[in-house]
Each structure stands twice: as C-alpha cells, then as structure tokens.
Design a protein around this ligand. Structure first.
Ligand code: GUN
Length: 310
C-alpha cells in the first residue's frame, strides 16, 4: 500500500488531486533512447532494423495508426515496410504475405493491424507470424512464454503501462493490482506482467460481482474495458496509481466529439496519487514500445544483446 495520502487529501482542499502522468513525455524519451541505439545496431549488423506493417481495408482509424507507425519508425532510423491490401483480401492472400515477410531477412518485426475484415481468419494469421518477429506479442508462443516467465515478445500497450508504473513506483512488489478487462491484447498480458513484478493481481471484468469494492482494494488500477468513464473516483483507494488504457469517443460540445478514458478522470484524480490522462497517457506509449520491441527483435535475430536502457 503506498504510504502517502494524495496531495488533495493532504491539503484537505477542493483541489484537482494527484499527479497527472505524462505518457507523451515518457514515450518521447523512449523513442529517443531507441533512436539513439539504432546506429550501434546498424554498425554491428550491417543493416537497419526493419518493421513491416500490414493493413487490410480502409478503416479510417487503422489508416491513421499505420501512418503514425510508419513516421515513427522512419524517425527512429529504422526501415519501414508498409503493405496495404484491399478490403476484399482473403485469408490465403494475407497468409502468403505473412510467409513472405517471415522469410525476408530485412524484416525484424511484423505487425498485422487489427481489426481484420470478417472474411479473414484472424487466429490463423496471428499464428502464422514467426514468433521471433511478433512485435505485437499476440502469437500463442509469446503469450505462453510470458505466462511461464520466459523471455517473450510482450504486447506493446501493457508493456507501456508497466513502464509508466515502474517509473512512478519503483518496485511493485507486494502491491495489490486490479486489472479491469480481460482481453488478450491488454488485460491478460498486463496481469502476467504485474504478477512477474510480484504484485497480487486480480483480473476483473464485466461479470465481476461488486466491481467498485474489488477496485477499492487496489494500489494499482489498470482500466482496459472500453467503456467510457465507467470507473468512478469513489472506487479508487486514496493514494492508488491509476492507469487508463481506454480511448472512447463520446459526444462533446457543439456537436463535436471528445476522447475519454475508461476512468472518470476528474473524480479519480482527487483520490489517486497519480493517474494517466486521456489523451496523452497510455496512448503515446504503444508506438514507442513497438519501436522498442522491433529493435529488441532485431538484436535477437542478429545474435546481439539488446541495449540495457530499453
Ligand atoms: N489495433 C489497435 N491496436 C493494435 C495493436 O496494438 N496492434 C495491432 N496489430 N493492431 C491494433
């Protein structure tokens, strides 16, 4: 249990509350560290690290993500290979591309942007990616390695959350962590990472009985349910650290929309020791960790040790 009361309670005043965790700044720092480590890899391996990103269809949000990934990859001094396939692409065509990327020596990381169109067998596609190039960490081999504590490629968003938590708290050992959400992409790997840090971990979800009471136990709350502002301030134990993975678009003023997380930020901040905002919290970490995972995969494939600062 973190010992200090949050600043708002200590002051006893109606002020905003705990620290706002600047994920954007942390992500910029990580991207800079990755970029700084690339020249040594190029010198040792005789080539740049390479990331292949595959986008099927025209989903506008996915197009934005893929564009951001390409820019960040190039900015870090890495090679970006982008493959855009039509919406009507079938599983066999996508699987053939994945096989080609698996064989391509210049490709260290393969990311197939999700969601995929309904005619594509998503499980088969993720299973076809060479686990050594699986920078998303979605392959069952990597999920299994993470679960049994072997070195693995770890999904970007939960690894980014863990980095923010360790930066705030140092050792997480013995802390009560509640992860709200049980997806394969965030909730389950997040729980495994926290367990590996010696947290006492609860995974809560939509069927959890008395969710507010479960969340009240937590020194660390990771919210990844995809429901706008579901987690309320009075669920938060005073002094807890709150990591909000949610990105939800809700109606705002004057017919516009605004982004909110899974946590009711203003009320939760009053109780929290520290909390991530939306936007500007976890979001920017995902691409930064993707670059990190790509550079780590490149080192492993080249038989080199990855830089310790990553
Ligand atoms: N779609 C939304 N987030 C992600 C991600 O982290 N990886 C992939 N592959 N697709 C996504």
């Amino acid at each position: 249990m973190p010992a200090e009361a949050p600043p708002a309670e200590a002051a006893g005043a109606d002020i905003a509350g705990g620290d706002v965790i600047d994920g954007k700044a942390f992500a910029e720092g990580l991207r800079a560290r990755v970029g700084a480590a690339v020249p040594a890899f190029v010198a040792a391996a005789g080539r740049k690290p390479g990331l292949a990103v595959v986008l099927v269809g025209e989903d506008p949000a996915s197009q934005v993500y893929v564009g951001s990934k390409r820019k960040a990859t190039v900015a870090a001094g890495m090679e970006s290979f982008e493959h855009r396939l039509p919406d009507a692409t079938d599983s066999a065509t996508l699987l053939a591309l994945v096989e080609q990327l698996n064989r391509d020596e210049t490709v260290d990381g393969i990311l197939v942007q999700l969601p995929l169109p309904p005619q594509i067998d998503e499980k088969a596609v993720l299973a076809a990616i060479d686990p050594a190039k699986d920078v998303d960490g979605f392959h069952v081999v990597n999920a299994g390695k993470l679960a049994i504590g072997e070195p693995a490629m770890v999904p970007c968003t939960p690894l980014g959350c863990l980095m923010l938590l360790k930066d705030r708290l140092g050792s997480l050992s013995g802390l009560e962590a509640v992860v709200v959400g049980r997806s394969n992409i965030v909730g389950k790997p997040m729980a495994q990472l926290l367990l590996a840090e010696n947290c006492t971990v609860t995974i809560a979800h939509s069927r959890t009985r008395d969710l507010p009471e479960v969340v009240r136990r937590a020194d660390i709350v990771v919210a990844a349910v995809g429901r706008p502002e579901m987690i309320k301030g009075d669920w938060i134990s005073p002094g807890a650290v709150v990591i909000d993975v949610g990105i939800n678009r809700v109606p705002g003023d004057e017919g516009k929309t605004r982004l909110v997380g899974d946590v009711d930020f203003a009320s939760a901040r009053r109780r929290a020791r520290a909390i991530t905002p939306v936007p500007g919290g976890v979001g920017p970490m995902t691409i930064a960790v993707l670059l990190r995972n790509t550079l780590v995969a490149a080192h492993a494939r080249a038989g080199l040790s990855p830089p310790a600062e990553l």
